[in-house]
Design a binder for this molecule. Structure first.
Ligand SMILES: [Zn+2]
Length: 595
């Protein structure tokens, strides 16, 4: 098979005009050349592979060209241009500071600077990754940078602008290179493909561009690799196979499952993904990206943030119409939490599966949240009636069981079209447990989506409704001593991690009754500390105690009853509380308390 010429080299732009995606820089440079106002030192900043060195080369070639075009481009035919194109011009020197960062390297460069150009007007020195120069090399270089000979132009390039010393920054004209947009890269690849007679699919080029993350050089080398593997047939399938990318279709299918509360289908799909050799973390991050894309597709103003091909964009737009913002936000939040927990988890697969199951339950939870608002008196009735939701019920019709409320519920959903939906107040849960959602939100009635705290509550509440799906039927009975030991262990972990607030709140001894933990907290600060930790903590306790029905309730309380009794006065007050006759006794005998 014929090897494809490395397109990064072959199609390296030779004129300002052909530089991809950096027109703000090339036009400034051309203007400076035209007006003869070229700085002697430039700093080119920006991510790798976006054209910094390329622009430096073009600049060098252009200012040495003997017959510039009217649009300030190098002619490409004069002697100077030809020696540049052949790569042996003496007027261009490149130093890679990543590998040559010693004082000696800089000294030999400075020695070269002293020699004027033999042909042409300017000598250009580019120092790549200039932030890697050692301190002493920097110092040696500074003097030359302060007083350069008139024929010398320095271009310092860096991917890490913040590491450049202010003394250098102040002496340079600074250019910030952009990440190149996916569209720009894809269309550039398309141009090359056309010239080389390569068959491509638009989706395929977009995937390569996305994977390159703004770097044209990376995109080109991936493109080369795929062209040679596929014998000039760059299809979507071949690209995702070669770049080890999970097919978009997986995520579209997955969100369909999650939307229709088909948790087990989601698990099977995840299994399929694992069997294809992808890892769980990769998968959950891809899902988060997908959900983000759906979110931005919901609003006409943010659709432009979607960096995908037209074909896939249409798919996003239509799927986003089927998803409620509340669903997307909650799912995104769950994916994010899963990603954070993933690395530390002993059972990583379970982490992802749990997240998927919770996501599959979001819609049911949101729906339930709306019911009591429509008719609050019915909620107790609902509590008695409702058994844990199974997948089937949800799939068939989530509200089918609560017939008296159904008309109201469906009228609520029709309101969604024109007006913000009423905020959820309380999510009834089986067996009289209920999650309270910030009543302040309910009072305003104007929130379209639940707040983050509410979402956390929904997410946690949801999970305990679904023990069968998570871990089979067997939930172990909770032994108080085991629970307190686990609690203690978590507390110590918080202490070891220097989470002082968390440690303080965990120090408030919790109550455990059946499967409900109650923690009393003194103030709102501690309450929100615990609220923020709730999912983590529950995950830990549920796993530790092998009971996935376990839930946690935070109650605010003035912890008077817990006050320790120190003084005699305290003791008297305590006893008096237990037996009021004591007061009469004290008065009758004229007794007094010891100080
Ligand atoms: Zn020329």
């Amino acid at each position: 098979m014929e090897n494809f010429v490395v397109s990064a080299r072959k199609y390296r732009p030779a004129t300002f005009e052909t530089v991809v995606g950096q027109s703000h820089i090339t036009s400034t440079l051309k203007n400076a050349i035209k007006n003869n106002q070229l700085a002697q030192a430039f700093l080119f900043c920006g991510p790798r592979g976006v054209g910094k060195t390329t622009c430096a080369r073009i600049l060098a070639k252009t200012i040495n060209c003997t017959s510039l075009s009217p649009s300030q481009e190098a002619c490409g035919t004069c002697e100077s241009c030809q020696s540049f194109s052949a790569g042996h011009s003496f007027n261009f020197h490149e130093l890679d500071a990543a590998s040559n960062n010693s004082v000696e390297d800089i000294r030999s460069l400075i020695d070269q600077v002293r020699i004027p150009p033999q042909a042409g007007k300017f000598k250009i020195y580019i120092i790549d990754e200039v932030h890697m120069l050692s301190q002493s090399a920097f110092n040696a270089f500074l003097k030359t940078l302060e007083e350069p000979p008139s024929y010398a132009i320095f271009i310092l390039a860096t991917t890490e602008k913040h590491k450049i010393l202010p003394t250098i920054l102040s002496r340079c004209q600074i250019f910030d290179f952009n990440r190149i947009s996916v569209d720009h890269i894809a269309s550039h690849l398309n141009t090359i493909a056309e010239r080389e007679g390569i068959t491509t699919e638009n989706d395929a080029l977009h995937i390569i561009a996305q994977k390159a993350d703004g770097g044209l050089r990376d995109a080109l080398s991936m493109f080369d690799q795929i062209v040679s593997f596929t014998n000039k047939q760059v299809s979507y399938k071949s690209v995702i196979a070669n770049l080890n990318i999970l097919d978009y279709d997986f995520y579209f299918k997955l969100v369909d499952h999650l939307q229709s509360s088909a948790g087990s289908d989601a698990l099977l799909l995840f299994n399929e993904v694992l069997n294809q050799g992808f890892d769980g973390n990769h998968f959950i991050n891809g899902l988060a990206e997908h959900l983000r894309n759906l979110l931005v597709s919901k609003e006409p103003r943010t659709v432009s943030l979607l960096e995908v091909s037209e074909n896939i964009k249409q798919k996003y737009l239509s799927q986003s119409q089927l998803c409620e913002t509340g669903f997307l936000l909650t799912a995104l939040n769950l994916a994010n939490t899963c990603d954070l927990n993933y690395k530390n988890s002993k059972n990583q697969r379970l982490q992802v599966e749990l997240a998927l199951l919770k996501m599959a339950h979001i819609n049911a939870a949101i729906q339930l949240a709306q019911v009591p608002l429509a008719n609050p008196t019915d909620s107790s009735d609902l509590n008695k009636k409702k058994t844990p939701i199974t997948k089937k019920e949800v799939e068939v019709k989530p509200t089918a069981k609560v017939t008296p409320i159904e008309p109201i519920a469906s009228s609520t959903s029709s309101i969604i079209q024109e007006a913000p939906r009423p905020s959820p107040i309380a999510i009834p849960k089986p067996l009289g447990k209920s999650i309270q959602i910030n009543p302040a939100h309910a009072a305003t009635g104007s929130l379209l989506i639940p707040s983050l705290n509410d979402i956390t509550a929904i997410a946690t509440g949801v999970e305990s409704n679904e023990p069968q799906l998570i871990k089979g039927d067997a939930q172990e009975k909770i032994k108080p001593e085991e629970f307190y030991a686990a609690w203690e262990e978590y507390k110590e972990k918080a202490k070891a991690a220097d989470k002082i607030n968390l440690y303080t709140v965990l120090n408030n001894e919790p109550k455990i009754e059946a499967e409900l933990i109650t923690v009393f907290v003194e103030n709102t600060a501690l309450e929100s500390t615990l609220q923020a930790e709730k999912i983590e903590l529950l995950n830990f306790l549920r796993t530790k105690l092998r009971n996935f029905n376990l839930n946690l309730e935070i109650k605010k309380a003035v912890l008077n009853h817990k006050r320790r009794i120190y003084t005699n006065k305290d003791k008297y007050a305590y006893l008096l509380d237990k037996n009021p006759i004591l007061a009469t006794f004290k008065d009758k005998f004229g007794l007094d308390l010891l100080p």
